[in-house]
Design a protein around this ligand. Structure first.
Ligand SMILES: Nc1nc(=O)n([C@H]2C[C@H](O)[C@@H](COP(=O)(O)O)O2)cc1CO
Ligand SMILES: [Zn+2]
Length: 162
């Protein structure tokens, strides 16, 4: 008798995998971030990655990290993956949802996460943990009761031939 497969993706692998795949759409040459928002019933509600807003051409707006003129850097234009995922959702309420993201949310995204009622953040990387942005983000999420924890990496490697 044929039995149920045992090596299927866990929910966490599935949602973090979807977040990372979304990040592969990013045109940012230095950091690609992906996000996946999930309901309490484990249904995917929205996805996003970092990039410029609609109408702001990837080829015309700057991707530079540094420069004398802030207007010639990406920071004033790029929309973070988490905000994109929140704004991309057209289904109504995100109250009670979980957010999977490949990089810890900044303070601006934390405000949006808190205000739309997301209850939990699962992040992969926290490379900017020493910055005021991430310290402020954690302070706000702690105060608002938004839980966060690091994704527990597994041994699994996923290869998809496209
Ligand atoms: N949580 C985040 N989500 C994001 O989508 N981003 C985006 C903004 C930039 O496009 C890029 C960071 O670029 P860099 O400073 O590592 O070269 O990642 C950044 C963070 C960090 O807080
Ligand atoms: Zn952000």
């Amino acid at each position: 008798m044929s039995e149920k497969r045992k090596d299927y993706l866990s929910w966490d692998e599935y949602f973090m995998g979807v977040a990372m795949l979304s990040g592969m759409r990013s045109k940012d040459p230095s950091t690609q971030v992906g996000c996946c928002i999930v309901s309490q019933e484990n249904k995917i509600l929205s996805m996003g990655y970092n990039g410029f807003p609609t109408g702001c051409s990837d080829d015309e707006f700057p991707w530079a990290r540094e420069g004398d003129d802030p207007l010639e850097t990406k920071y004033v234009y790029s929309t973070h993956s988490e905000l994109n995922a929140i704004l991309n959702y057209s289904g109504g309420s995100l109250v009670g949802a979980r957010l999977y993201v490949s990089l810890f949310p900044c303070n601006e995204c934390a405000k949006a996460i808190i205000q739309c009622g997301i209850r939990e953040v699962i992040y992969a990387n926290d490379k900017y943990s020493d910055t005021p942005s991430v310290i402020a983000s954690k302070r706000m999420m702690d105060a608002a009761g938004v839980k966060y924890h690091q994704y527990r990496k597994t041994e699994r490697e996923v290869t998809i031939c496209l």
